[in-house]
Design a protein around this ligand. Structure first.
Ligand SMILES: Nc1ncnc2c1ncn2[C@@H]1O[C@H](COP(=O)(O)OP(=O)(O)OP(=O)(O)O)[C@@H](O)[C@H]1O
Ligand SMILES: [Mg+2]
Length: 342
């Protein structure tokens, strides 16, 4: 009991100055009012006694509140709460209770976010190693077979070298994509925005991509925009976007055409890349921009894809404060579009 009183009183130390101030004033006044010394001493003693009882009571209440707060904090630290609603303090501590609840929610979200990042990192590493292993094993296989005698076999030696060479090209493309992704995500990719003439620009890109389309027997058509139309963006980075989108359109189209057109709006130019290809299933549409995501892995790998192209495209377009849209119908075709400032 005495120990409890001691703790109660010591926790009211913060009010000691105020307490002494009031008691001194009271005693000072009493000196003038009460003349009888015995009465004066008794009153002072009573004031001090009640003062101490009062302080003990305040200390008691204060300690209980602090204990309640302490046990909530301990509960958070030991993960005993499953949700914020379980955190409860007394009525007079409502605002503190709300603050602690919000802190709890924030900590929960931060931990969730970190766990998600960790999962993404592990997945990313697993994907990278998998994608690297495929071409490296293939190249190793071809070289070993050649060394074991196939080099002298006129029927297969050139074919094996061609295949090994194709895998080194895939490997180098994959590494370039990985470098781009890591540069974009670490914020190191420098962008340089300028106005450029859209017709000249697409004239050159479609000219460069024409042989790939012709090889597959697909028509690649650019519908010129209004003469002299200029759009604002990073020409080089955008070239990467268009090459990716047009390559996809050609890659995932068996027959028909790939068209590039510009719809002019008052403040923007909307660039559309449309194909008559295999289309994308509705359940995959939201995922195709994820790193390494491919609708049909076997088919995509057969055409040399790793699923990084659209992830890079999305990043670059978002750096232009724009957003890529997709419309697609299975067996009919797909359309990718985004806006650029005029
Ligand atoms: N125009 C399209 N038509 C049909 N499917 C498409 C089209 N563009 C993309 N896809 C689907 O989205 C997936 C992701 O595309 P993305 O460009 O990111 O990867 P990729 O073409 O497989 O490989 P990469 O571009 O890295 O060489 C593709 O694997 C394909 O399944
Ligand atoms: Mg692609």
């Amino acid at each position: 009991m005495w120990n409890e009183v001691k703790t109660n009183l010591s926790s009211t130390k913060v009010y000691l100055k105020e307490f002494l101030f009031f008691v001194t004033i009271l005693i000072f006044l009493l000196f003038f009012i009460v003349e009888n010394k015995i009465i004066l001493i008794t009153v002072i003693a009573l004031i001090l006694l009640f003062g101490l009882i009062f302080l003990n009571f305040i200390g008691y209440k204060r300690n209980r509140e602090l204990k309640a707060i302490e046990s909530v904090i301990l509960g958070i630290r030991n993960n005993t709460f499953n949700q914020a609603e379980e955190i409860k303090l007394k009525e007079n501590l409502r605002s503190l209770q709300e603050e602690i609840k919000q802190m709890f929610e924030k900590e929960r979200n931060d931990i969730e976010y970190l766990k998600r990042l960790e999962r993404m990192r592990t997945e990313f590493l697993a994907n990278v190693s998998h994608e690297l292993r495929t071409p490296i094993f293939a190249i190793q296989g071809y070289i070993e077979t050649l060394l074991n005698g196939a080099i002298d076999d006129e029927k297969v030696n050139k074919n094996f070298l061609d295949k090994a060479n194709q895998h080194t090209i895939n490997l180098s493309n994959l590494l370039n994509d990985l470098i781009d992704i890591s540069m974009i995500e670490s914020g190191e990719m420098r962008m340089s925005y300028r106005y450029f003439n859209i017709n000249d620009y697409f004239g050159q890109i479609t000219h460069e991509m024409m042989p790939i389309a012709q090889e597959k027997g697909i028509e690649l058509i650019y519908h010129p925009a209004k003469e002299g139309l200029q759009l604002f963006g990073d020409k080089n980075r955008l070239k990467q976007v268009f090459i990716n989108l047009i390559t996809n359109a050609i890659k995932y189209t068996e027959k028909g055409k790939v068209e590039v057109l510009i719809e002019e709006e008052p403040k923007y130019g909307k660039i559309i890349i449309r194909d008559t290809g295999i289309g994308i299933p509705p359940e995959d549409i939201n995922r195709i921009f994820e790193r390494f995501y491919r609708v049909d892995k076997a088919r995509s790998r057969a055409v040399g894809g790793t699923g990084l192209g659209l992830a890079i495209v999305k990043h670059i377009i978002e750096a232009h404060n724009s957003k890529i849209e997709v419309k697609s119908e299975l067996g009919v075709g797909s359309e990718f579009s985004f806006m650029l400032k005029k």
